[in-house]
Write a protein that binds this ligand. Structure first.
Ligand code: HGA
Length: 611
């Protein structure tokens, strides 16, 4: 969501802050701002509505050099996106704060602070933090000590960066519920909400833990843990190629990430497959013992990750014979849940910082689940750290807001989970496991073949140019694939799209079908194909235009109002992964045709770290 960057150095760090914001812009982008201490010791800020480039333009016409500074890109939760609500927020002229997260008791604190004479200049929850800190400084003049006092009164989630003109030797950080990482330089140090923002200046990082407060000076870093005791956090050297944040020859990050799928799926499989079985140890040393006890699976996730969970439900029940429930995290976290004995709690999130999923995991831990497993793309995320087991999807940084390679690698990870559970519990036929392991090895090649249809799908996208609504249909494990296809189209082209299990069509949605309603269908060659063909006849009979992605062996032909795209043949169990590809390409090309902001669609943000 919002991005934070901070620096304390001997050189002017304005360019470092702006470059850091640009690298984080994919997470939230309604406004941006920077506060710097200039050489006269005056704290100054620039804030602009819109993208970081607006701020950059403002800074080039009115430069703002400084050696101590904080910066922010905002995705509003409290108060409209406007310049007065953009961070950094000030108290008086000496104290500045940027914040990721939500302060839940902001109304009560605002009233108290108003009573003390503070005047508010924004509608944000964040502004209470800076005035509260200023108030604490009156009785406790040391900035670090005052921050420790102030955070005790904050309820909710925060990642904070703080600077003061009166104590210009330090940059402060506080973490509770929103990630922060310190970047270690030589004679200069940095802070960010994601290490990606700092890859240009360092490859050494120190990740703050929940409840940590850090005092960052040019030549030292001191951290205190939640219990107030000094603590040393490990320094990690980061090796992932910095080029991941670059779109190379591609027009958009989304297209680049779609085309990366064969490579990242390959990477997610590496080291996890034996000759004819899945290596259960890939889930950690405790996995085999725990998996043997599993009798049920509860999956919790949001958005695209939820669709991955829905596919996994078909797999877990069909292939491994394990009952499975799947629920969106924002519902699960507030519901009274009855936990079946020996249930494995599985959370899925690209970032591992998704607020609803994290809260569901934390609640789940109180409810008596057998163990928790995170399927996640970020190894140092809260979700991974707080789960008993994890399997990382090795998709690399995903910059496009609409998730693509994170989804397919999640599916691969969930297939590995299905096969592992079936293997350990003895409910999966050994020959079938060996066959699927073989198919998984071939999957990157199959995905490459599906990607080769890029230009065919580009042509089909023209059918959507003037359309406002569409339907996506699938049966069995392809139903969640249809849901994911509809979500992608909504997210980036703003066309209303709904997904239905094809058999449900005649129970209502068929009433919507006419020549203005394209109907997209995924049709692998399985036992449901004949039934699906009948469903498609129902659509044609009402004049609906059909776009069918069908197995080359399914015998489906182009006809009037029916556009068939032949897909490479694949084992039915892996079809959901393959059929995702043309739907991603379709939404991408429709969005390009409509001229929308593909990588940063309106109203959305990457890594949803607020509730
Ligand atoms: N609540 C603050 C920060 C929002 C945020 O972290 N978004 O991801 C605001 O609305 O400014």
């Amino acid at each position: 969501m919002c991005g934070i960057v901070g620096a304390v150095a001997e050189r002017s760090i304005t360019a470092v802050l702006v470059e850091g914001l640009k690298r984080l812009e994919y997470r939230g982008y309604d406004s941006a701002g920077v506060a710097l201490l200039d050489d006269q010791g005056v704290l100054q800020r620039r804030r602009r509505v819109g993208k970081v480039s607006e701020l950059e333009t403002a800074l080039s016409s009115e430069p703002l050099p400084g050696r101590l500074g904080i910066a922010h890109t905002r995705w509003a939760t409290h108060g409209a996106p406007s310049e007065r609500n953009a961070h950094p927020h000030f108290s008086g002229s000496d104290l500045a704060v940027v914040h990721n997260g939500i302060i839940e008791n902001h109304e009560q604190l605002r009233e108290q602070l108003k009573g003390l004479g503070y005047v508010f200049s924004s509608d944000t929850d964040t502004e209470v933090i800076v005035h509260l800190l200023d108030h604490k400084l009156k009785s406790q003049p040391d900035l670090t000590a005052a921050l420790k006092e102030a955070v005790k009164e904050l309820h909710g989630a925060y990642g904070l960066a703080v600077i003061s003109a009166k104590q210009p030797d330090r940059l402060l950080a506080a973490r509770s519920g929103s990630p922060l990482v310190i970047g270690l330089g030589l004679g200069e140090n940095f802070l960010a909400s994601d290490q990606l923002a700092l890859r240009q200046v360092t490859d050494r990082f120190m990740y703050l833990e929940e409840g940590d407060i850090a005092e960052i000076r040019r030549d030292s870093v001191q951290v205190w843990a939640a219990d107030g005791q000094p603590v040393v956090r490990e320094t990690v050297q980061y090796h992932e190629g910095a080029e991941a944040a670059d779109k190379g020859a591609y027009r958009h990050f989304m297209l680049k990430e779609i085309h990366e799928q064969p490579k990242v799926v390959q990477r997610t499989l590496e080291g996890r497959l034996g000759s004819d079985h899945v290596l259960v140890q890939a889930f950690g040393p405790l996995a085999a013992e725990l998996f043997a006890k599993v009798r049920n699976v509860q999956i919790v996730a949001c958005g695209t990750s939820y669709h991955a969970g829905m596919v996994a439900r078909y797999w877990l029940e069909e292939l491994a014979g394990i009952p499975c429930q799947v629920e969106v995290a924002s519902e699960f976290r507030y519901r009274k849940v009855v936990v079946q004995p020996d249930t494995l709690f599985v959370s899925i999130s690209q970032s591992g910082e998704t607020a609803d999923t994290l809260a569901a995991l934390r609640n789940g831990k109180e409810l008596g689940y057998l163990a928790s497993l995170a399927i996640c793309n970020v190894g140092i995320s809260s979700l991974v750290r707080e789960s008993d087991l994890c399997l990382l999807t090795l998709a690399g940084p995903e910059i496009g807001v609409a998730s693509t390679k994170a989804f397919t690698t999640q599916l691969v990870a969930l297939m590995l989970l299905t096969l592992s559970l079936g293997q350990v519990r003895g409910t999966l036929d050994k020959a079938l496991e060996a066959e699927l392991v073989d198919e998984l090895r071939r999957l990157p090649t199959r995905l490459g073949e599906a990607l080769a249809m890029d230009s065919v799908v580009d042509k089909i996208s023209e059918l959507f140019a003037e359309k406002h609504h569409s339907l996506f249909l699938g049966r069995g494990a392809q139903y969640p694939v249809a849901m994911e296809g509809a979500l992608k189209l909504k997210e980036i082209s703003y066309i209303h799209a709904e997904a239905y299990p094809a058999g449900e069509l005649k129970h209502g949605p068929l009433a919507l079908v006419d020549s203005d309603m394209p109907v997209v269908t995924v049709a692998p060659n399985n036992e449901l194909l004949e039934k699906l063909k009948s469903n498609l006849q129902e659509v044609r009979a009402r004049g609906g235009e059909l776009i069918v992605f069908a197995d080359e062996q399914a015998g489906m032909r182009n006809g009037e109002g029916t556009h068939v795209v032949n897909m490479p043949h694949i084992h039915d169990a892996l079809a959901p992964i393959l059929y995702t590809i043309p739907l991603q390409l379709l939404s991408y090309y429709v969005a390009v045709l409509k001229g929308t902001d593909v990588d940063q669609p309106r109203n959305l943000a990457k890594s949803v770290t607020v509730e």
